[in-house]
Write a protein that binds this ligand. Structure first.
Ligand SMILES: Nc1ncnc2c1ncn2[C@@H]1O[C@H](COP(=O)(O)OP(=O)(O)OP(=O)(O)O)[C@@H](O)[C@H]1O
Ligand SMILES: [Mg+2]
Length: 266
């Protein structure tokens, strides 16, 4: 009960922090961009993009989500199709506006023209030149990683490529997803933090998302992992979403120039 109460208070405080940042930290017309990228598939990019977009919407922050996964969209299994399903099945809930993009350039244009304060870009599997372009333009890049030696190594290589493409390491974060045991989360956190890329420590979000049937069921019904049943499974989802947004806010605060310029112009 205490834990639940603390979670509710934390969620509330978090919304207040987000709302207090409106207007001067992320003024339109140039939204702050959070991009979800990975080298491998099924790591929760789309799931987390949807949850973060809904969380921002619930906090009253005008947000656009951009679906850059045209292959999955053509198959009716992308962020856009999830959002359409949500509108029909849960009209009473906070909705996300999703724009479909064919190319990275179009995704960035849609973000810039949206007039929103935040843009969430959901990239397709595999980090390509398009992903590098998105990463370079994003204010923050989230790389979900499902535990495993090969995937961890691939993630480190991808982080290195993104840094070498000119993205600052402090604008990137890895989050462990679909985690089965606390031990594997601990081991991967320790390994990632002890593995500098291009001489810089990789930012790893403390919160992890467990592998849960409840999350799979929620996604399949047009819900986010924040709305999964039973209520008890939402705590980990909330911690992960808050962890991503907090890491983004920390990175934005540290990035100085752009934020300061925006504040000055506001
Ligand atoms: N924490 C979880 N526990 C159990 N199943 C999950 C979890 N997260 C996602 N899934 C399942 O895995 C599938 C893949 O998730 P998601 O589409 O978010 O990954 P992705 O990284 O966007 O994949 P892709 O690279 O193919 O676009 C979902 O459809 C869902 O069924
Ligand atoms: Mg996806």
């Amino acid at each position: 009960m205490l834990q639940f109460t603390l979670t509710v208070i934390r969620s509330f405080c978090f919304s207040v922090i987000l709302l207090s940042q409106r207007g001067h930290v992320h003024p339109s017309p140039s939204p702050s961009i959070i991009a979800f990228v990975s080298q491998t598939g099924n790591v929760m990019k789309t799931t987390l993009a949807a949850a973060v977009a809904v969380a921002l919407g619930e906090a009253g922050i005008p947000t656009v989500a951009i679906d850059l996964d045209r292959e999955h969209r053509a198959l009716g299994a992308s962020l856009e199709t999830w959002a359409a399903d949500r509108r029909v099945r849960h009209p009473e809930r906070v909705q996300i506006e999703v724009e479909a993009a064919e190319t990275a350039e179009e995704a960035l244009q849609l973000a810039r023209r949206s007039g929103r304060e935040m843009a969430i870009i959901d990239c397709p599997s595999r980090a390509t030149a398009a992903t590098a372009l998105i990463a370079g333009a994003a204010d923050f890049v989230v790389m979900p990683l499902v535990p495993g030696v090969k995937d961890a190594a691939l993630t480190v290589v991808t982080v290195g490529r993104i840094i070498m493409a000119g993205v600052r390491a402090d604008r990137l974060a890895v989050i462990l997803t679909r985690v089965s045991t606390e031990a594997e989360a601990r081991d991967h956190h320790a390994w990632l933090r002890a593995t500098p890329v291009c001489g810089q420590e990789i930012r790893v979000i403390d919160a992890v998302v467990p592998e849960r049937t409840a999350y799979r069921n929620a996604i399949g019904k047009g819900l986010t992992i924040l709305e999964a049943q039973p209520v008890s499974v939402r705590r980990d989802a909330r911690a992960a979403v808050n962890g991503i947004i907090e890491a983004y806010m920390e990175a934005s605060g540290a990035s100085g120039g752009r934020e300061t310029a925006q504040r000055g112009a506001a």
